[in-house]
Write a protein that binds this ligand. Structure first.
Ligand code: NAP
Length: 205
């Protein structure tokens, strides 16, 4: 019998995508033996005001530009094209539908985002369907998370959140946006084609 594919959904706003996100995807691919890492820029995050986020077509195109050179990376418009708020549980369900049980699913995202997972829609259902990889910046502590989770969730579900330290996540989208507004350089923080795209379309200015 053929083994199941191991597919990771890389969830994030990607406003903009940077080398931290790319290194996290590649490091997770190696560590968890993933067949594919699919970057899924969020459409309408439930916890954010839409006006504070760059238009989705820019975030999608920047993510496509950033990932073209890695044959294990893909980008999906799934959340951008879906009506209403973007909930992780709906995205995972759509992936399950696509692979019809032939894939074991992972969801990679920032550790700071996962700290709030108890507030996410149908969290137990979500954790039954995939394993979370909590990508953290150096020095970031996820110990409190396990305590918090174990008070609310069964032990076997708490174990489905795996902390994963990524030194390159010292880079952050917020910092890049601030640098652009201040006229500071962003070179070497993100791929050059993404940098050119940002300046061409005057995003974040
Ligand atoms: P965020 O609050 O913008 O980001 C929180 C932190 O995580 C930031 O430090 C961010 O750094 C980092 N981060 C975000 N995505 C990352 C990634 N793929 N790899 C490494 N670090 C990452 O979080 P968000 O981007 O809006 O949400 C993250 C994911 O969680 C999305 O897929 C979103 O749909 C999902 N989510 C779902 C629900 C729900 O289902 N109810 C609720 C909240 C979030 P950067 O700013 O540098 O990226």
């Amino acid at each position: 019998m053929r083994r199941k594919l191991k597919i990771a959904i890389m969830g994030g706003t990607f406003d903009p995508v940077h080398y931290g996100h790319l290194v996290a995807g590649e490091a997770a691919r190696k560590e968890f033996n993933l067949d594919k890492v699919v970057y899924v820029p969020s459409g309408r995050p439930p916890h954010k005001q839409e006006k504070n986020i760059t238009e989705s077509h820019h975030r999608y195109l920047m993510t496509v530009l950033a990932t073209t050179t890695n044959r294990y990376f893909d980008v999906s418009r799934m959340e951008i094209d879906r009506e209403g708020h973007s909930y992780a549980v709906d995205t995972v369900a759509q992936f399950n539908e696509k692979y019809k049980g032939r894939a074991e699913l992972y969801f990679i995202t920032g550790g700071d985002a996962i700290l709030e997972i108890l507030t996410w829609k149908r969290v137990e259902d979500l954790l039954r369907q995939c394993t979370f990889i909590a990508a953290t910046r150096p020095g970031f502590n996820l110990e409190g998370l396990q305590d918090k989770l174990s008070q609310k969730l069964p032990q076997q579900l708490c174990q489905k959140i795996i902390p994963f330290q990524v030194p390159a996540l010292a880079i952050s989208s917020t910092d890049i946006r601030t640098r652009i507004r201040k006229g500071d350089p962003i070179k070497y923080l993100l791929p050059e084609n993404v940098e050119n795209y940002i300046y061409k379309h005057r995003i974040y200015l």
